[in-house]
Write a protein that binds this ligand. Structure first.
Ligand code: SF4
Length: 434
């Protein structure tokens, strides 16, 4: 990679597996995007890429197959609709994610996600971090997603439109999965940004280049980390309450008024994306939500009839999603486009989906193309990590897969239960699930 290409990372750009091609990631706060912004992403994919968009398991969008010469124009076009990619890759504070967009408190969470994302995006004090820094906000702790963030917030109570959160830090997946620990309980939202700043400063000062916060914590321990944090003046600061109009795009989350469009492996054509934007204009106040399971969800407006909206979504895109598309199966780009990818994840996901019986189809699956675990296999009912390539007798290198399953009654990350399975062995294991 040239120096210039490495510098593009802060603008959300990674080099693709294929020489001369690049991927642009777009940061969406809590996965929320307007129909106008969606059309722009679709237009960029058509004009500069190969006409498709990948939805990520952190609720972001990625456009592949871009050329370096087009990057400035792509950035300009994103800016015209208020989209940003700044800090979506590289040593920066990444997009703030939320897996519980259907919860009653989601508008409050989305507003906080926007404030945090706005504060850290393009902020030069926090753009030269040793490595990425991921923040997630959840409405409850049951989904375990707060455990895998560098900073995971869990809403514990609300009053008069303000929220109080538990803050968990030091989590992360990759080669050495590590659940976060509870740093501070029930903190009011006005303390969150200063406290995150303090955490980031301790991280920046103490971790070597290329290491996540979890590595610093492993090195110095929780107690020393707390002492360093205490010494930072903003660790105990409380900002004035946020005033003015709400910033969230989703204003209500009435129960039972949510529809989801299922995309296989998070892949959508630009045309389909535009059609979904049109659906959102008619039925969902012009708002789309990229879910952490790589689908598109809509919160229906109160005045519309649910059945009519459901029927309209069913005919919006042709062909309609198949039964296999509807399996919850998170899939990263793998060796199709990612330089780290060890397996052709989308192809393998298609084979897996076809092999699943009715019980297996009801589970939540995640398949990652390498140890980086971008699809969070350690949180799925069945997590699959492509762990290595092994040369067969004829010299052909084929992928091997590790399996991760939840432990009974354990609220922690999944544990590896099987290692180095061939694809055939993996399929046999899936068949046993029923
Ligand atoms: S899990 Fe590995 S192969 Fe998949 S997108 Fe992440 S880095 Fe690439």
């Amino acid at each position: 990679m040239t120096t210039e290409l490495r510098d593009y990372r802060l603008d959300g750009i990674y080099r693709q597996k294929q020489d001369g091609f690049l991927m642009q990631r777009i940061k969406l706060a809590a996965g929320t995007i307007s129909s106008q912004q969606t059309r722009m992403a679709a237009d960029i994919a058509d004009r500069f890429g190969q006409g498709s968009v990948h939805l990520t398991s952190r609720g972001n969008m990625e456009i592949h197959w871009l050329r370096e010469a087009d990057l400035p124009e792509i950035k300009r076009r994103l800016a015209t609709v208020g989209l940003t990619a700044r800090g979506a890759c590289g040593g920066a504070v990444r997009g703030v994610t939320c897996s519980e967009q259907d919860r009653a408190d989601f508008p409050l969470i989305e507003a906080l996600a926007r404030r945090i994302q706005h504060h850290f995006t393009g902020n030069p004090r926090f753009e030269r971090l040793p490595k990425k820094f991921k923040i997630g906000i959840e409405a409850r702790s049951g989904g375990r997603r707060h455990l895998i963030q560098d900073a995971g917030l869990v809403l514990v109570r609300t009053q008069d439109g303000r929220g109080w959160y538990d803050l968990w830090v030091g989590g992360g997946l990759g080669r050495e999965p590590q659940p976060g620990f509870l740093l501070a309980g029930e903190i009011v939202e006005e303390r969150i940004i200063p406290l995150l700043e303090a955490v980031l400063r301790v991280y920046l000062a103490g971790a070597p280049a290329g290491k996540r916060l979890k590595h610093l914590l492993r090195e110095i321990g929780e107690e020393e980390f707390r002492q360093r944090l205490d010494a930072d003046p903003s660790a105990h600061e409380e900002l004035p309450p946020h005033r003015g109009l709400a910033e969230n795009l989703v204003s209500t989350t009435d129960e039972g008024r949510r529809l989801e469009f299922h995309c296989f492996a998070g892949q959508l054509s630009a045309d389909s994306l535009r059609q979904l934007a049109t659906f959102a204009d008619s039925w969902a106040d012009g708002v789309l939500q990229v879910t952490v399971n790589q689908n598109i969800a809509f919160q229906l407006v109160r005045q519309c009839k649910f059945d009519q909206a459901q029927a309209a979504l069913g005919t919006t895109i042709s062909p309609a999603p198949t039964q296999e598309d509807k399996i919850t199966l998170r899939v990263c780009p793998g060796s199709h486009e990612c330089r780290a990818g060890l397996s052709a994840t989308r192809d393998i996901a298609g084979i897996l989906a076809k092999s699943m019986g009715p019980l297996a189809r009801r589970l939540c699956w995640a398949l990652s193309g390498c140890h980086n675990s971008c699809t969070q296999p350690q949180l799925a009912d069945v997590g699959i990590v492509t762990s290595r390539l092994i040369a067969d007798d004829d010299g052909q290198r084929t992928p091997r897969f590790d399996l991760y399953r939840p432990m009974d009654g354990d609220g922690d990350l999944n544990q590896k239960t099987e290692a180095a399975l061939t694809l055939e062995e993996l399929l046999a294991t899936i068949k046993k699930l029923g």
